[in-house]
Design a protein around this ligand. Structure first.
Ligand code: CP3
Length: 365
């Protein structure tokens, strides 16, 4: 856990580094904008591909020594301000009694997807302790970085996790998910309740192990209209956000294609809202409300552009943030395989070196 108190203001400059990310989440002034990347450890990185030659993804996650090493290597190679624990969104499925695997080229496959009320009833809620390996990896990462970097734990959001359980994998139209939502709302609610119960325990383990911040990935929530988000998802997301905050850490709530949902997502009370790249950051920050910090929002595919274009986009985002406390630079979604590592490193440099021209600063906060 991180000391989140006004005393953080008094920390001398030299020890600010580790706090830069956490301070920005708290909307406190920082010496420069903190930066990290969604999926900063992954197949685009040679070191990760080496490890993957010898272990499956799930094996890496389940061996704290290796998961910690992958996490640390990526964060150090990039020179970012925060390390996100190497794990996967789907790990809690196993603890709830659903087997899955990652099939090459196909993504995740859940062998017996949840389709009926009785499937929902059979899910376990008392085995979050099986996920202690993630907490062990966090302990190792936290011991390595101490206060130098922010340590991010994470979990899926109720909707996004439910969608994998029900669809049995990735989906385009979420037909099975929405069908359960509309046609069996009590099974749907029970499913979300059970997911929240497991995630609360899972996050508690991560927080006890040293996570400063928990990011809740609602990656596919953008498939919902506002009315459905309100009716079927908001309460469960809010409950998870609030209970993680009560553990004494900050929460980042992230989704993709969420322009129409942002103010409702902010109503969960999450400290930081993740933004994708489809709308300019200044407009979306206004929609979220300046009483929340924001994270984002470079299109990850911009990392394939020439450096001049990349720099222009990075600067646009930083100017749109306008030096307002509470911006964490990130991508709008994860780094994809094939991304040149040197371009990711270049973005870190650009963010570090950026200075607002005085005339572009907002007139007032
Ligand atoms: O560095 C980091 O960001 C931490 C690692 C991380 C992974 N998964 C490792 C991983 C994180 C934060 C996740 C979260 C995750 N997993 C999400 C939410 C993030 C998002 O992108 O919105 C989702 C939707 C998943 C589910 C998942 N995991 C899918 C759909 C896939 C297959 C994608 C593909 O291209 O094959 C994965 C696999 C996965 N998880 C990989 C990594 C590095 C790549 C596959 C591999 O190494 O074999």
């Amino acid at each position: 856990m991180h000391p989140i108190s006004p005393a953080a203001e008094a920390v001398p400059e030299t020890s600010l580094d580790g706090n830069r990310f956490v301070r920005a989440c708290l909307r406190l002034p920082v010496d420069r904008t903190p930066v990290w990347f969604l999926r900063q450890a992954g197949r685009y990185m040679q070191e990760y591909r080496e490890v993957r030659k010898h272990h499956t993804l799930v094996e890496i996650c389940k061996q704290p020594e290796i998961a910690a090493e992958v996490t640390i290597t990526a964060a150090e190679k990039l020179g970012v301000d925060a390390a996100i624990i190497f794990a996967d969104l789907l790990l809690p499925l196993e603890a709830m009694g659903l087997d899955f695997e990652f099939q090459a080229g196909e993504g995740p496959v859940v062998h017996h997807p949840v389709r009926t009320a009785s499937d929902v009833h059979s899910l376990h809620i008392d085995r979050a302790g099986d996920l202690a390996y993630v907490a062990k990896a966090i302990e190792k990462v936290a011991a390595h970085f101490r206060n130098r970097l922010g340590i991010i734990g994470f979990c899926g959001a109720p909707f996004t996790l439910a969608s994998y359980m029900i669809e049995g994998g990735s989906s385009k139209n979420y037909i099975h998910t929405k069908r359960m939502m509309y046609s069996d709302p009590s099974a749907w609610r029970l499913l979300l309740d059970k997911i929240v119960m497991v995630l609360e325990e899972y996050c508690r383990l991560q927080v006890a192990a040293g996570a400063d911040v928990i990011q809740i990935f609602d990656s596919w929530v953008g498939s919902l209209c506002l009315a459905d988000y309100r009716a079927y998802v908001f309460e469960a997301s809010k409950r998870l956000v609030r209970s993680v905050q009560q553990m004494g850490v900050l929460v980042i709530y992230f989704g993709v294609d969420t322009a129409g949902l942002l103010s409702e997502m902010a109503s969960t009370g999450a400290d930081v809202i993740g933004l994708d790249w489809r709308q300019p950051l200044d407009e979306t920050w206004r929609a979220v409300g300046h009483n929340h910090a924001v994270q984002g929002n470079l299109d990850p595919i911009t990392l394939f552009a020439p450096l001049e274009v990349l720099e222009q986009r990075v600067h646009e985002i930083l100017r749109a943030a306008g030096g307002r406390p509470g911006h964490i630079f990130n991508l709008g979604h994860g780094i994809v395989p094939g991304t040149p590592v040197e371009n990711v490193q270049a973005v870190v440099r650009m963010v570090r070196e950026f200075r607002l021209e005085p005339n572009t600063e907002p007139a007032n906060g």
